[in-house]
Write a protein that binds this ligand. Sequence first.
Ligand code: ADP
Ligand code: MG
Length: 670
Amino acid sequence: MLSFDTDIRYLKGVGEKRAQLLKRLGVDTVGALLSFYPRSYKDLSKTELIYDTELDKTVCIKAKITSDISEHYIRKNMTLYKFKVADQSGAMNVTIFNNKYLAEKLNVGSTYLFYGKTTGGIFLREMSSPEIYEQNNNGILPVYSLTSGITSKYLSGIIRTALDSFTPDDPLPQSVREKYNLCDIKYALNNIHFPRTKESLDRARRRLIFEELFLLQCGMSYFALKRRGKTASVIENNYTNEFLSLLPFTPTDSQIKCIGEGLRDMQSSVPMNRLLQGDVGSGKTVVAAALCYSAAKNGFQSILMAPTVILAEQHFRTFENFFNDSDIKCALITGSLTAANKRKLREQIKNGEIDIVVGTNAILSDANEFCNVGLVITDEQHRFGVEQRAKLSSKGHSPHTLVMSATPIPRTLALVIYGDLDISILNEYPKGRQKIECYSVTKKLEERAYNYIKKHIDEGRQAYIVCPLVEEGETERTPAETHYKNLSEGAFKNYKLGLLHGKLSSAAKEKVMRQFSSGEIDLLISTTVIEVGIDVPNAAIMVILDADCFGLSQLHQLRGRIGRGNHKSTCILISGTADKATNERLSVICATNDGFKIAEEDLKLRGPGDFLGKRQHGLPELKIADMNSDYSVLKITQEAAKEVLSRDSDLSQSDNATLKKEILRLFNIN
Ligand code: ADP
Ligand code: MG
């Protein structure tokens, strides 16, 4: 008996050798085979007339062979077969290569379907090596992504075998199918692999896209609800006022409001699951520190995780400054610790001497044991994956979680990424914050931009020059190293320059950062390593090279690294392209300083894919849906998922059994 999980090699017609090949395509079980959807289709159901076709576009032509088939021996291993075909619009030359078998099968005077690209001109059309089908074949044929040794025909064959011998259980509960008018799994699989008509294919696609997004959303919400259900470390007493008195500045009203929202969550027995959104420079770290402070005073440890070592180090320093005059103890865990130090810190964390542990997500994979984790905070969480978050929850006793992000995410997307969460928004800048002037200019003005930097360095300021990461083999853009070399020998010969990029060791990075913070370096040439990290109030100028390579939100984050002190700050975007769309995009960023507006614009211009890339979120890979084109379906599936979970939050009812199984499979949870 076949099942979804049956190893592919036990399917009739597969065997060991083919199974190995199929595995390369990610097909290891019968279930994976069934959800190995075609990449595209050959539509033989719609034919075009020879002289109505657009040139160089793949089309299907129904025509009669009107000449003999001539054989031309060109050289060894190269024989051509040529003949004429015609329909009511005119005639066309057809050439096939090296296919004696096919040539001999064709009958002069008979009509066939010729599937391929037409070339030539208005006087004579040609088609080179078309696929040729019997004229009564009016099907829609699937085209699969292939690997050598596996043909589409072979795949179709074994999929047919699999579909004929069993039907997988339907992960979409009947109630959902009825409400949203979706076909069942059997119809969907049959028609995605063997479409009967264009309509039945559309129906199948619609259902499978719905299913995929629904499972994703349902899964995220299901896990979020599960996390929510458990009782957590209750932070009984609120020590916010005590914490605020430690600060060297007055908190903004917005900070006080967000701290209050977090504390209210933590005082309840339902674990906090909150997103703190705030533009760069709005002061999220203060909110994080306040919550850690109350947690510590109530006897709970906190973990603070950042996406990069540099940022972790900065958070650590910030925290140490805040907690200087208190009895709170922080520790920084990074890869550069010596083994002895690491061991010592681990010991202290384990026995509760340390209140707050700061580091990158390596804290989790590490063998760190905590004494009593009550709160986990991640900065720029959208770089952490689902698995890591699951691991996180299992470290403590279902701790409170706060995720901080400077990228404002529309709620629809936040629900996909985080499942279910509350949102706090920091919508106010600390007093005295300078507005950043921003200009977008062409490469011609590069020299002037450099002079502008020099003028400000001469006045005592510091500056950044940011360039995009250059992928290996890319020739158009200049890597940071080269810029550094050119600038330090040329325009900035008399200044102190630093270079920062991802390939430096963390010790080297830290050294450069320290030199920049302390003012030893005037001008820092950097890749986006500084994107979310650095806080140097004296740095007031930023020039971004090849600005067209960046997303708007990313540019906004980058420029948020200046304007942090009380100096007038300027950001200059330089781009080499005169492309209109690019310039419009860049003008958006110059026109507003509002990160939410910019994110919306990004969403409009580039679609949600940017927010949702797999790399960033560790979400399961999509097989058929596309976050950009199926965004509207995503909204509908969110509603559907909410309905299902509101009736059966544990997915324990029998009609949700398959759904639950599929979700656990999708998220790799056994
Ligand atoms: P972000 O939200 O971008 O993470 P940070 O927490 O790094 O912002 O804060 C940016 C800078 O503003 C830091 O130097 C921080 O010390 C300072 N800051 C935060 N809150 C205030 C405030 N209320 N008044 C003055 N400066 C503040
Ligand atoms: Mg920050």
